[in-house]
Ligand binder design. Structure first.
Ligand code: PHE
Length: 349
């Protein structure tokens, strides 16, 4: 069954690369979600990614209580392809054409492989774009806000597990030092947390060193003996196999689509590992962008909304407990309820 409202796959007019836009649901409002510019063995893997990522955006907005729907764009680059600046511009203009052709049903933003400067290029063709640089009237880079929102989620979990929202002295393993992972690691280090970090890019060792963090190989990070594991890289890291190796109390991070398959959430729960669904913990970026660019809130108000993720997570954990559900089940129920309230016909639930 196709549970998406609309999926567009086009060969880019200029780049000849597969441009994919998946609109999962507009039940709560126009869809939004980032543009992922990434390598895939086959473009169909990019399509699969777009389908899953856009559904996660629907859930992200629903839990965050924002009137937006879920979408995502993916340009599937062949393995090993390096985009020179001209070709990159071609790709971005192809994406912009596709976004514009959807007439506002979907607005794009940054994601893995893209940033504010790319949004500036897209913004010359379509106004349905978030996170252009501030000098062009956008809300700028979303990653610091995603990091801040994840920290808020971590505080809620810390209070729950250890009786304090402070992460001072806590041990955390951050898997992935991209834009969000690095910023989050900085915030954690500044607060006095002891960090173990990794990235597939060996050059990031330097960043780890600057943070005073221990470095382990990527395939060892999940098994690190820490309080909380923080997935901050690409998705599907939590598999039936990998969760058996966990030695932490909780897994909470900004990476989208952390579960390889949905049943892994139950497995985590049975093993007594507290998992906060990625779409709950990672909402800071979109919460900030939508608050500033759609709702015209001040920077301060937008920040307060991002920090409110702490309460969202606290409420979720309380509800889960009261109803004897896992946090994942409680979050799914909340998403269903919010979508059904907006769309009583149940078209997008
Ligand atoms: N990459 C962001 C996310 O996954 C997507 C995004 C950020 C979309 C900001 C719009 C604005 O949540």
């Amino acid at each position: 069954m196709l549970d998406h409202e609309q999926v567009v796959v086009r060969s880019g007019r200029r780049s000849r690369l597969p441009v994919i836009v998946a609109v999962h649901s507009t039940a709560l409002g126009p869809a939004a979600g980032g543009l992922r510019l990434w390598h895939y063995p086959d473009w169909r893997d990019g399509l699969t990614d777009a389908l899953r990522l856009s559904a996660a955006m629907t859930a992200k907005f629903a839990v965050a209580g924002l009137p937006s729907g879920g979408g995502k764009a993916v340009v599937a680059l062949p393995e090993g392809m390096v985009l020179d600046p001209d070709r990159r511009r071609d790709v971005l203009e192809d994406v912009a054409d596709t976004v514009e052709s959807l007439g506002g049903t979907y607005a794009t933003g940054p994601d893995v492989g893209t940033g504010p400067d790319d949004m500036a290029v897209i913004g010359t063709t379509t106004r349905h774009v978030f996170c252009r640089p501030a000098r062009l009237g956008g809300s700028g880079d979303s990653s610091p806000h995603t990091a801040r929102g994840t920290l808020a989620a971590l505080r809620a979990v810390s209070r729950r597990l250890y009786g304090t929202a402070s992460l001072d002295g806590r041990r955390l393993a951050v898997a992935g030092l991209g834009r969000v992972g690095t910023e989050l690691a900085r915030l954690l280090a500044a607060e006095g947390a002891a960090l173990t970090v990794t990235d597939v890019d060996q050059d990031k060792r330097k960043t780890g060193h600057e943070l005073g963090a221990d470095w382990v190989a990527p395939d060892e990070i999940l098994a690190a003996p820490v309080d909380i594991v923080v997935p901050a890289a690409l998705g599907s890291c939590l598999t039936r196999q990998s969760v058996t190796r966990l030695r932490c109390d909780a897994v909470v991070g900004p990476a989208n689509n952390q579960l390889a398959t949905p049943d892994v959430a139950d497995l985590l729960h049975r093993r007594g590992v507290l998992w906060v669904p990625d779409y709950v913990a990672s909402a800071g970026g979109v919460v900030h962008a939508v608050s500033v660019e759609v709702h015209r809130l001040s920077a301060e108000e937008a920040r307060a909304r991002v920090d409110a993720i702490e309460h969202t997570v606290t409420d979720l954990l309380t509800t889960a407990d009261a109803q004897d559900l896992s946090p994942a089940q409680a979050a799914t129920a909340l998403v269903r309820q919010r979508l059904a309230a907006a769309d009583p016909a149940g078209r997008s639930a």
